[in-house]
Design a protein around this ligand. Sequence first.
Ligand SMILES: *Cc1c(COP(=O)(O)O)cnc(C)c1O
Ligand code: SF4
Length: 433
Amino acid sequence: MNKVENTVDLKFLKKFSKDVTYNDWNDYKWQISNSIKSLDMLENVLEIKFPDNERKEIQKAIEVFPMSITPYYASLIDISNLKKDPIYKQSVASKKELIMEDFEMEDPLAEDKDSPVIGITHRYPDRVLFYVNPNCAMYCRHCTRKRKVSESESNPSKEEIQKAIDYIKEHPEVRDVLLSGGDPLLLSDDYLDWILSEISSIEHVELIRIGSRVPVVLPQRITDNLVNILKKYHPIWVNTHFNHVVEITDTSVEALDKLSNAGIPIGNQTVLLSGVNDCPYVMRKLNQKLVSSRVRPYYLYQCDLSKGISHFRTSISKGLEIIESLIGHTTGFAVPRYVVDAPGGGGKIPVMPNYVVSWGSDRVILRNYEGVITTYKEPSNYEGCSKNCNKCSRLSIDDFEINQTGIEKLITNVDTSISLVPSNNKRMCRREK
Ligand SMILES: *Cc1c(COP(=O)(O)O)cnc(C)c1O
Ligand code: SF4
């Protein structure tokens, strides 16, 4: 008996059709075409009956943002504890999605404003986000890109994809291309192969990353054929999206193993979600289990200000509490970096508990995770460097170009800036007059 037969009950399988087999179950195409999209099917599979008024509201929510749950992901729902179940909360539409708050936005991270061509968000100096597909195997109810994801009109045509690739070609500063969506791994093998070959043939592109929730919601998609395509384009990294320890099943670990064994480093991005994983101990277990599955926790995201997801938001202090209970308490690389993606488009901002307690002229006072307070005495004869980066002999590396921006510019002294001032600062405008 293979692993899958152990993990899913035949009775559950038969809910989808009478003559379904384990072979069907293991086929990702079967999973996709049998995904739960309607309330009727949902009620049948979960063995519940929503009251009429709730039914109407859930139906409304589905019309705003479609529901699609793979049979595999649905099989992880604990039917005996539905409304508290982390899988249920992430996948089943809720009337709470209809609540709109004033400060919520369609595009809180201004991904569209930072988009020079359709499909590309160019926010950081050396890397771009490239939306190759708006569809997902499972539509996460907490998705920050609800405005885009699932909409067939945001399905980029081959010409648009080509134009986006041309943009990358024309921008030699882009050394890192991050395929996103939607889910890039839902594209057909051949189409993905073509996109990857186009990008990897660009000389200045040093690495390709793929953001995908497939290992979590549709692990069957990680086929040998897919992995053989991916590994032609090394260095290729995959970032996935596990939010709770119950998502790490034998089947998903099998998919992760295939990727790892093909030499693909895997990272994980978790979203901090109220009622799902807003607990230091759930988070510790999740990250420990990721590490033992050879997945490196990468980011823990504060939930964005996207429309219809406010019921998933926690306070930032909850995130700090979680990080406090991870650092020092568990494996260093089981600790993700906690970030707030700046509303308005400033990118990811790391937030951390404070470990620096105080400074003296020659010492720094630090505290550790146990509350021990310690003194680091600074060296008395440390000279650092000339800070004249443009003429520094240490940088005799070919093509090394320094382009200092932001706070970095204030710290080094390549130019003479001593302050950063917003462009419409009133005081400065008066000076000009
Ligand atoms: C997150 C993100 C990236 C990648 O950022 P890293 O910190 O390098 O992982 C790139 N572009 C955009 C717009 C992003 O939101
Ligand atoms: S996989 Fe990502 S893009 Fe797709 S619905 Fe989930 S959060 Fe949104």
